[in-house]
Every structure is written in structure tokens, then in C-alpha cells.
Write a protein that binds this ligand. Sequence first.
Ligand SMILES: O=C(O)CCC(=O)C(=O)O
Ligand SMILES: [Fe+2]
Length: 219
Amino acid sequence: MAIVISNVLGNDALATLRDAADALDYEDGRKTAGRYARDVKANLQARKSPELEAIFEKVRKTLDGHELVRSVARPRHYARMLLSRYRGGMTYGTHVDDPVMNGLRTDLSFTLSLTDPDSYSGGELVLEDALEDRAIKLQAGDMILYSTSALHRVEPVTHGERVAIVGWITSWVRDPARRETLHDLDVAARLLHDATGKTPAFDRVFKAKANLSRMWYDD
Ligand SMILES: O=C(O)CCC(=O)C(=O)O
Ligand SMILES: [Fe+2]
């Protein structure tokens, strides 16, 4: 399941992160690419620094505090984050992300856009599957969460600049179907509670969700 979540960053947070991103040093993105992805990766990413860590810490806090992100992804660890820039024809051709990063399994990938889509041309994130390619161009502050199992690419940026924070999440629930079931039950429980309050029906749905979580969460 892929989902776009709007306004993960509000205007103030966005402006602060954008300024912080502009002040950083950048290096060749191939440094963190896997063996085969290296051949198709042509972008820049922020060099490690305490300032970059502070940005990532802010993002982690924001994601951990976001109810929909928590419900869809059930983050256990953030295996890696990168701050990437594309300009002047930069691109990231079709690839699959590494299944393990820093010793942690990667279940979900995300892109959190720091730039307005009108300010650059190209740069769509394209999710490829057997039936169709889906091209996504996010609003600044929006985020897409998608399965790390998917082939994907970033189209060349032909004008302007695309800046994004990309990251990989280890979920408490590794199986996407189980994750989706728990998310559906979160939504169902909330709708039921909003409609009729804490009824016996709500208690049963909430109990089922809690017990499935106990069964399915990794040890
Ligand atoms: O920038 C994006 O939207 C995705 C980048 C990507 O695929 C990667 O860094 O592995
Ligand atoms: Fe990727």
C-alpha cells in the first residue's frame, strides 16, 4: 500500500528545515547506494554533520507524533534517513532499496518533500509495478509512504531543484497485509467511537485490534 499524507510539516517547520538544509554541505549520492543502484543514482545528498542529525531528529519526532503515520507504518526504528537534492538533470533510475540498512530490516520507504512542485520540472517519484507506473509529485510538506519492496525511480529534474528527506522504516509489523489490517481496525474503531461512543461493539473491535497487535508485533 502506498499513501500520500498531506501537511506532515506545517509552513513554519518547512521553512526552518528548508533553511537548515540550504546551510549544509552536499556530496555525491552514490556514497550510500547499494551495489547496483549506484550505477543509476545521480544526485546530491547532505554530508553527515550534527546539523543534519538535528534535522533528522526533528523529522523522527514529527513522524512519531503523527497519528496516521503511526497507524500506517507502526515505526519501530528509522533505519536510515537522507537529505537529497536533485538539480540540472539529476535523477535516480529504476532500483530497489536495500532490504537491510545499518543492521535493520527496511519495510517502508518514505519521501518528505521540502520543495514546492511548481518550483521544479520533472523529479516525479515513479512507483513501478506489473500493471502500471504511478508518478507522484508531492506538495512541499507532504510525504509518501510506500513499500520498500517496490521498484521505483526519480525522473530527471530538468529545471529548478527538488529537495527531499527520504527514509526507511523498520515496522513493528513486517507483513504488509497485517499492517493494513491493523490500520483498518484503527480507522474502524475511531469511526465507531465517533458515531456511537464507547459501546460494547467498540470494546470488541478495540479488543480484537489489541490482541492482533500482540500476535503480530515482532518480538
Ligand atoms: O527522492 C525520492 O523520492 C526517492 C529517492 C530514492 O529512491 C532513494 O533515495 O532510494
Ligand atoms: Fe530508492
